[in-house]
Design a protein around this ligand. Structure first.
Ligand code: FES
Length: 117
């Protein structure tokens, strides 16, 4: 039997870093943003696209001042200052519609081309 398992179409890496109290630097998870990952996962399940779309909890993605953030791959699309409404729009327009939501993407000055190795 020759059974192949397809790759996911998208990975969504959601920063789930929560800083300790009194930490001077902000983090992506606080009382206001704690349920964003579950909201996204539920939405993907309800739409029947969990699997082809793989949501992943990550630690810090290095853009804490603009949190909550998530990275959509392929393409290195970094979405910032997330809310449930923005996540819903990103799923509809970017994931299902294949058109990134440019107004929610990080400003280019904070997301220049990758460093050459
Ligand atoms: S804590 Fe989320 S990007 Fe740093």
């Amino acid at each position: 039997m020759n059974m192949t398992i397809p790759q996911p179409t998208f990975y969504i890496l959601k920063c789930e870093q929560s800083s300790p109290v009194n930490m001077p630097k902000p983090s992506c998870v606080n009382d206001d943003s704690r349920d964003l990952f579950n909201h996204m996962a539920q939405s993907l399940m309800q739409k029947g696209i969990m699997g082809p779309v793989q949501p992943i909890r990550t630690s810090c993605l290095g853009r804490c001042q603009m949190g909550p953030v998530m990275l959509v791959e392929p393409g290195h699309y970094m979405y910032v200052e997330l809310t449930k409404e923005k996540i819903d729009k990103i799923i509809e327009q970017h994931i299902i519609g294949k058109k990134p939501v440019s107004k929610y993407l990080i400003d280019e000055k904070f997301w220049a081309s990758p460093v050459e190795l």
